[in-house]
Design a protein around this ligand. Structure first.
Ligand code: PEP
Ligand code: MN
Length: 263
């Protein structure tokens, strides 16, 4: 079902009022974690003003350590929904388990399946039984074929609204947090009709490399970007080192606009 073989037309997924996969570049931005009501509303307003199309923010966080900030849970989703009220931006947030799925669906516009859950097949089947758009991130060590098979789990349950997200893979390289596999963009475009966006924040793990790799992702043909942005990255509760400031986001958006109008 994910293959281009019997489906030559590219799929366009609508999230809120935004189309992803229609040839334009969709920009999703926001903090790694929702940290508080004021914080998410304030950054959402700034990102909207600078041209973001969707708002991201984690409420259920898959942290490597159980002692790290785990997210605000449903309270975080409520704050995100308030930020949507204020800005009109559709919201994207990760769901980590089946129990929280119906509750989360009541708030969010797109379900994010994180890299660590790409092969959580019961969860994939459960999101496949909803009609919500699903942002399926590539697993840390998943091949493109394994990733497409995970998309297949969602599609085969009846949900056609799948967007793939390349977020970097594990390699021997340690200069960056992950190795952003931009090969995946043309490979997915060749093999599948599904939209693919790129996450240069997790892909590099370093804020200073995010603008360059964002432009590279667009040049490779990505349908969009998902970027971590924070008012004050040094004090972020998660992923501050890879979060850009609203000012950096603004500069990046100017470049994206010039670049996409030339494409
Ligand atoms: C995130 O988007 O904050 C996240 C945890 O991403 P990933 O699942 O790609 O690590
Ligand atoms: Mn993060």
């Amino acid at each position: 079902l994910a293959s281009r073989l019997n489906h030559s037309e590219s799929t366009v997924v609508q999230v809120g009022d935004r189309k992803i996969g229609d040839g334009s570049v969709a920009v999703i931005a926001g903090p790694c974690s929702v940290e508080g009501r004021q914080e998410i509303i304030e950054i959402a307003k700034e990102l909207k003003r600078e041209g973001a199309h969707l708002l991201r923010g984690g409420a259920f966080k898959p942290r490597s350590s159980p002692y790290s900030f785990q997210g605000l849970g449903e309270t975080g989703l409520k704050f995100l929904a308030e930020a949507r009220e204020v800005t009109g931006l559709p919201i994207v947030s990760e769901v980590m388990d089946i129990e929280n799925l119906p509750m989360a669906c009541a708030y969010i516009d797109m379900i994010q399946i994180g890299a660590r859950n790409m092969q959580n097949y019961p969860l994939l089947k459960a999101v496949g039984r909803t009609t919500k758009p699903v942002l399926l991130k590539r697993g840390l060590s998943a091949t493109i074929e394994e990733w497409l098979m995970s998309a297949e789990y969602i599609l085969s349950e009846g949900n056609p609204n799948v967007i793939l997200c390349e977020r970097g893979i594990r390699t021997f390289e340690t200069a960056t947090r992950n190795t952003l596999d931009l090969n995946a963009v043309p490979v997915i475009k060749h093999l599948s009709h599904l939209p693919i966006i790129v996450d240069p924040s997790h892909g590099t793990g370093v804020a200073r490399y995010v603008p360059t790799m964002s432009m590279a992702a667009i040049a490779a043909g990505a349908d969009g970007l998902i970027l971590e942005a924070h008012q004050c990255p040094e004090s972020a509760l998660s992923d501050g080192q890879q979060s850009i400031t609203p000012e950096e986001f603004s500069r990046l958006m100017q470049k994206v606009e010039v670049f996409t109008s030339a494409l």
